[in-house]
Design a protein around this ligand. Structure first.
Ligand code: FE
Length: 337
């Protein structure tokens, strides 16, 4: 059976060239919002004639792939955060891809050494600082956040959220278990209130005078500026890119993985290669105020205006490996309590 979307997408061209219709599609399960992906998959279809079907999921992607098993229609998984990418890999739901195009376009620290996932864009986890109450360069390192000079002035979301667990996994990489525990305890004792809300809620709290600095991902600045109500929150803060004392700024990724059962493997790899191309990365990154990662690419002007930074050079795979210990330490210090 030829699905309706296929005839729509291919239209007359397919009929004329009489392509084997069933081979000309690729199916995506995505945790990312459809509007981020739509312009790219449309461009891909236009260029290749391969239809892209995107199922947008809010949760349960691993469970769904497991339940569907070998009969799953999914070829590719799009998601954010190394924790979610590695969860799909660890569940045995992916297969490795080797491709010169992919290794050229994706720097080694942003892909699985075995080829099970590839990064497409990055986001930095940074400090949002009150323009009014925090002088320029008052925070320069992540280690600073545990300094008692910030007592009662820091806001953050739950320490158990994947964004903070990944940051804590990076602290582990740089400082080991003992240093990380001390950092978490120091940070906790600097909190103005118990961890709560999402990243934007922390910036709102700075705007409202409840705290002076907060942890947050860079793209939320773009999202707040684009929102009528939240623009005032964004205007109350500036982004500071902290570094680790012996490293750079902590980043996480959005990425893509090929499923183990991919029924349209060849087309799926073509889409992966297309998405990692420098031009596609720039479009994808701009849609969500993120950073493209291919050599020679540039972020959008607004994103670039927040400042330059040097990303930490740890392979995200080792951060994924540190995750269980990061979670354990966060619970041990009762970070959210
Ligand atoms: Fe987010």
């Amino acid at each position: 059976m030829i699905p309706a979307f296929l005839s729509l997408a291919l239209g007359a061209a397919a009929a004329l060239t009489a392509l084997p219709a069933l081979a000309q599609e690729v199916n995506v399960y995505s945790y990312r919002q459809p509007e981020l992906i739509a312009p790219l998959v449309d461009a891909f279809t236009e260029e290749t004639g391969i239809a892209v079907n995107v199922a947008h999921l809010d949760k349960g992607l691993v469970e769904r792939l497991k339940a569907e098993g070998e009969r799953s229609p999914a070829d590719l998984v799009f998601t954010v955060d190394i924790s979610r990418l590695s969860a799909v890999v660890e569940a045995g739901l992916t297969q490795p891809v080797t491709s010169d195009t992919l290794t050229e376009n994706v720097p080694a620290i942003y892909r699985d050494p075995d080829g099970h996932w590839y990064g497409l864009t990055t986001r930095a986890r940074v400090v949002y600082a009150s323009k009014e109450r925090v002088p320029e360069s008052a925070v320069t390192t992540y280690e600073d956040l545990a300094n008692p000079k910030w007592e009662g002035r820091v806001c953050t979301r739950s320490g158990l959220h994947p964004y903070n667990v990944a940051l804590t996994a990076a602290v582990l990489h740089h400082h080991g278990a003992e240093g990380t525990k001390a950092w978490l305890e120091g940070l906790k004792s600097n909190l103005a209130r118990k961890p709560q809300g999402n990243d934007r809620a922390q910036v709102k709290a700075i705007w409202a005078g409840e705290c002076d600095i907060a942890l947050g991902n860079t793209y939320y600045m773009g999202k707040m500026l684009a929102d009528e109500e939240q623009k005032a929150w964004a205007d109350a803060v500036r982004i500071v890119f902290p570094e680790f004392e012996d490293g750079g700024t902590h980043v996480n990724i959005s990425g893509v993985a090929l499923t183990k059962s991919a029924p349209n493997r060849e087309n799926a790899v073509k889409l992966m290669e297309f998405l990692t191309s420098p031009k596609a990365q720039e479009i994808y990154a701009e849609a969500n105020y993120e950073y493209p990662i291919a050599p020679g690419t540039e972020p959008a002007d607004l994103v670039a205006s927040w400042g330059d930074f040097t990303a930490d050079d740890v392979n995200l795979m080792s951060l994924a490996g540190n995750r269980p210990e990061a979670l354990k330490l966060t619970e041990e210090v009762d970070f959210d309590g």
